[in-house]
Design a protein around this ligand. Structure first.
Ligand SMILES: [Zn+2]
Length: 87
C-alpha cells in the first residue's frame, strides 16, 4: 500500500492535451467525455443511446490510444482484466 493508488494507471502522462482532460481543468463547467472508471480503465463517451422511455444514456468505449498524440495508453488485455474479465 503506497500513498499513490490510482490503479497503476498514469493516464495523462503522454501529452499535455490528455493531462488537461484527465485533470478536468480548473473549470468546473468542463465535463470531459473522457473518463477513468472506478476500475481504472480509460473510457471515451462515443455517443448517446436512447433507452426505452427513459433518459438517454451515455455510450462509452475503452480508449487504447491517446486521441491526441497516439500513444498506446492501455491494452485490450489490461482493460479486460480491469473490467473483471468478461468474455
Ligand atoms: Zn497523449
Amino acid at each position: 500500500m503506497g500513498t499513490h493508488d490510482n490503479g497503476g494507471a498514469s493516464f495523462g502522462s503522454c501529452c499535455e492535451s490528455m493531462a488537461e482532460i484527465i485533470q478536468g481543468g480548473d473549470d468546473e463547467e468542463f465535463e470531459p467525455l473522457i473518463t477513468i472508471s472506478e476500475t481504472g480503465v480509460l473510457y471515451m463517451t462515443v455517443g448517446l443511446v436512447e433507452l426505452d422511455g427513459d433518459q438517454p444514456g451515455m455510450m462509452d468505449h475503452a480508449i487504447f490510444y491517446c486521441p491526441f498524440c497516439g500513444t498506446n495508453i492501455q491494452t485490450p488485455e489490461e482493460v479486460a482484466a480491469k473490467s473483471g474479465g468478461e468474455s
